[in-house]
Design a protein around this ligand. Structure first.
Ligand code: TYD
Length: 328
């Protein structure tokens, strides 16, 4: 299969590329190489082109493909609060450009989305695939917009497209703006861990290998027009994650600092995952072991994240997001 992986130099995308190359597929990557795209995430010799999914000519440089898996997205909630425009461009317009290509060429398309499109989930409930979308942030609103374009294209144009909605994904090579690599690398540097609000927000944690296995399954066996929730049903409070990090690294727990909350912060995400499990998927990685081995990866791979944390983009972002929060 000739497979286009958009956003393939990012965190989850690059793990998926390695998985599909190992499966013997003919993979080509299209990546815009924003701050989050990193050629160092890809194996040497991988076929990788620079381009923007929101620009049809950029996508057309790839030539004919049998299938597309779309990871290309602006993904960080806090950045979307600082400036949402790029999110609409990549997450909505980019999805639309890829859909048009898929319609015209009859390529199979898997659109990778997120549990955040459902918004806050009340205690005792887990989101079903047909639950209403109630996004809370500019990021999740943009992802919801992309999802709706996919469903409309299936209905109106007969696109062969499916959607996966994954939960909070963790593992090696995640850009250190996200909570696990941020807290881990800060702890390794003796810096504070800025825990938003009371730290009792709940996320469902999914190892990147498990997430990629589910996406591959949906690519091969999923049905057009169907949405598949992908979550490990590992629901944990942020404060628990912060404690696990300081405990595992043996650093002072006083590094955990409660700071001003994120605006519009969703309290809880939770997914009902019967549908993906009935396709034959189940998570292999267990929370405690998966998180600890990921912390070890950041401890052992400073050369991967130190240049990122020293970069102008990261430092400017960190100052905007945290300087005032940590000063009080
Ligand atoms: P994040 O990794 O940004 O993922 P998402 O917002 O997509 O769930 O954040 C995960 C949780 O951690 C979320 O509830 C916000 C919280 N968080 C902090 O408490 N401090 C931080 O510095 C960051 C980045 C996140």
């Amino acid at each position: 299969m000739r497979l286009l992986v958009t956003g393939g130099a990012g965190f989850i995308g690059s793990h998926f590329v390695k998985r599909m190359l190992a499966a013997g597929e003919d993979v080509v990557v299209l990546d815009k190489f924003t701050y989050a795209g990193n050629p160092g995430n890809l194996p040497k010799g991988a076929d990788c082109r620079r381009g923007d999914v929101a620009v049809r000519e950029d996508v057309d440089q790839i030539g004919p493909v049998d299938a597309i898996v779309n990871f290309a997205a602006e993904t960080h909630v806090d950045r979307s609060i600082l400036g949402p425009e790029e999110f609409v461009r990549t997450d909505v317009l980019g999805a639309l450009v890829l859909l048009r290509l898929a319609e015209e060429t009859s390529a199979r398309l898997v659109h990778v989305s997120t549990d955040e499109v459902y918004g806050d989930v009340e205690p005792g409930w887990s989101s079903r695939e047909d639950d209403p979308l109630r996004p809370s942030s500019p990021y999740s609103a943009s992802k919801a917009g992309g999802d709706l374009q996919v469903l409309a294209a299936v209905r109106t144009f007969g696109a062969n497209a499916s959607i996966t909605r994954g939960s909070n994904t963790y593992g090696p090579n995640q850009y250190p703006e996200k909570v696990l690599p941020l807290f881990t690398t800060n702890a390794l540097d003796g810096d504070l861990l800025p825990l938003y609000g009371d730290g009792r927000q709940i996320r469902d944690w999914l190892h990147v290998d498990d997430h990629c296995a589910a996406i591959e399954l949906v690519l091969r066996r999923g049905e057009a027009g169907e949405v598949y929730n992908v979550g490990a049903n590992e629901e944990h409070e942020n404060a628990e994650l912060a404690r696990l990090i300081v405990d595992h690294l043996g650093v002072d727990p006083a590094l955990i600092r409660h700071v001003e909350d994120r605006a519009g912060h969703d309290r809880r995400y939770s997914l009902e995952t019967t549908k993906i499990r009935s396709l034959g998927w189940s998570p292999r990685r267990e929370w405690d072991e998966g998180i600890r081995s990921t912390i070890d990866w950041y401890r052992d791979n400073r050369e991967w994240w130190e240049p990122i944390k020293r970069s102008t983009n990261f430092r400017e972002y960190y100052a905007k997001q945290y300087a005032a929060r940590l000063a009080t």
